[in-house]
Design a protein around this ligand. Sequence first.
Ligand code: UT7
Length: 328
Amino acid sequence: MTVTARHTRIAGTGSALPPRRLSNADLVRQLAADGIETSDEWIVERTGIRARHFVDAGVNASDLAVQAARHALEAAGCAAEDIDLIIVATSTPDMVFPSTAAIVQRKLGVQGCPVFDVQAVCSGFVYALTVADAMIRTGSADTALVIGAEVFSRILDFKDRGTCVLFGDGAGAVVLRASDTPGIVATDLHADGRHVDILCVPGTVSGGQILGDPLLRMDGQAVFKLAVGVLESSARTVLERTGRRPDQVDWLIPHQANIRIMQATARKLKLPPERLVVTVDAHGNTSAASIPLALDVAVRDGRIREGHTVLLQGVGGGFTWGSVLIDF
Ligand code: UT7
């Protein structure tokens, strides 16, 4: 009996950024008007961030998701009606329910396929990719759309300079196709719920009221320390699973939160800094959107080419983290 293994390949990538771009200088000016002191020097030195994009009123995560999805579909040469699975990773959904994926499905005019959101904060995209890969390999889907889409500007406290300078809005998407050849070669997901409190939006909606605090709260140093440790160990796990060495990774695309965390991971893996894809300078931290946004940038500017091996790494609230190793 011949058993043909099913694998998952990335057939196309896409992304979307809202047109309103705020440089650090723009944000410094805006915050100063409310008596909040910060500076371009502090933001660049501590995070590597130089600018971010914010949506205008009335624009939601699904709007950015649909734009990114259309670009990915075009790159894959795929019609919307070929999609048989949609997963959206987001912590800033359009509504409490239904899922943002359902809204994306309607806006794309796709009918009948399963759709759902994944909530794993900044690890959301690697979680969503891992779930989609499993569904493709087991035959539940042939052509999947996996999207990370966020409007974090909606949940920022612009009186808290320790967090409001860090985040931005955006979306990134990939079209995945079943294939005889890999593709996604290894995945690794983790969470440690003991650290729920270090990065959270602790509020909720109850009885028609907002109960608790509806804005993002973060213990930056605690997140920083955890992130540096888990990214290295997860990278080593996916590499060991495939019998590969770190120097066989052509491109490292970690969650884009802080250039210092990203560079520390590259250093620990002894990867030269040129193999690190960096978009945090231009986008800020776009949570679940940051990895597919960076991936799309590096695919479109020609850095990532067929035959390359790419390591995607998410880390964030939960506390969650994980890696996906892909042969392009
Ligand atoms: O997306 C999920 C993953 N998230 C992350 O990976 C974020 C991880 N954490 C970080 O990236 C860093 O911890 C931050 C960038 C958030 C903060 O950098 P830090 O080097 O850990 O700074 P800190 O929080 O220890 O603050 C140092 C100083 C404090 O002043 P004092 O107490 O030393 O006088 C802060 O009040 O910097 C001050 N500060 C600022 N100053 C100017 C905090 N925010 C600002 C600001 N502008 N925006």
